[in-house]
Design a protein around this ligand. Sequence first.
Ligand SMILES: Cc1cc2nc3c(=O)[nH]c(=O)nc-3n(C[C@H](O)[C@H](O)[C@H](O)COP(=O)(O)OP(=O)(O)OC[C@H]3O[C@@H](n4cnc5c(N)ncnc54)[C@H](O)[C@@H]3O)c2cc1C
Length: 373
Amino acid sequence: MSNPTKSIPLNIAIIGGGSAGMTLATKLDTLSATVFEPKTAAERDCSWALWAQPKQLEKLSHAIKGSWDQWRLIDHNREIIHQSKQYRYTSLSSGQYLQHCEANLKGRVNLVRAPVESVVRDGRGGQFNAGGQNYSAKTIYDSRPPIVDNNSLRQHFVGWEISTKEPIDNADIATLMDFRVDQSRGLHFIYVLPYSDRHLLVESTMISTQLEDKDWYRNAITQWLLERNIQVQSKLSEEYGVIPMVPVQPQNAGIACIGAASGAVRLSSGYGFSAIQTQMAVLAESIAAGKYSVSTPFSQRLVFMDKVFNRALNTQSDHGVGLFMATAKTLNADQFARFMLANAGVGEWLKVVLAMPKWVFIKSALKQFFNYD
Ligand SMILES: Cc1cc2nc3c(=O)[nH]c(=O)nc-3n(C[C@H](O)[C@H](O)[C@H](O)COP(=O)(O)OP(=O)(O)OC[C@H]3O[C@@H](n4cnc5c(N)ncnc54)[C@H](O)[C@@H]3O)c2cc1C
């Protein structure tokens, strides 16, 4: 029988086995490590999307639900369609991704299915409890979801995976943002991933400071389907998510954070998968070289620009529609993918800045620069 007062010594403890924690765990092959995660992969299944190039598509093939070389943004005035030669907008099953990671853990890496509590820092490691057992780790990486202020700008959504009675139109195009919906409560759009001509993910997504009742998003999805005469055969699943669009607070100050808790989710878009992949690859290499610090996921310039963008979004929702449509219009498909992946060059940034509604953007930039409201 285990003695709960005696600490089990660990080399590396990874708190949270989500996108960051499990990705890091699969990359550790020379050192021992333990991942602590209370939920099964199936319990956390949702869609994680990214712009992927052929090599990455091959690596992620076990988890791909759908992949498109065309994507579009639509408002009441226009439809912008991008077709890319280099990138495919790709939706992964997070459950399958995480399951694959679990199946590929190397011999010295374990998974403990329990939540971590009472973390006390000690150097770059510390002590904590999980499943009634005390642990003492030389190094801790914490990926528990960060603390988010209730009134802060967030992206929040409900998505339905559905099958339809009839085949739908345009099943070869992913709709990233359809703004032809109620904008009265904040920036609102419908996101549609056609996995086939009879199988879709349809999400009602809001960017605002106040979360809505879940029925609000459900009604928006129903209305959108109704207006397009898309009849639901069956509702296969529902997902709900809230993604912060402001800098986040870690659960335990002083403990090294990875993933979303370290700011690896892009403030202006809510995309984090690709930045987390890079952050974890760099960290695993550093650890193998005896260095344990976590790299910052995005440059200061990018974080500043994202904050400027969000300030403009937050002032009036119709600014938001204009900002997203202008970005998509001024960039071609490959540039847009690089921009969303946080890999845009100076030329691409310049195009985006010049395409912005001038006064809104200048005002936001000045306010962000002097940091006042
Ligand atoms: C619903 C949703 C959809 C998203 N879709 C996309 C997308 O399409 N594309 C994209 O790029 N980004 C997306 N994101 C943003 C981001 O990529 C994800 O949030 C990503 O999962 C972040 O990875 P992470 O490892 O930091 O956090 P998570 O993957 O959330 O992992 C954190 C883990 O910590 C565990 N945990 C919580 N408490 C404890 C505890 N006490 N002890 C131990 N473990 C604990 C949780 O169970 C969880 O598994 C999405 C976010 C959400 C919420």
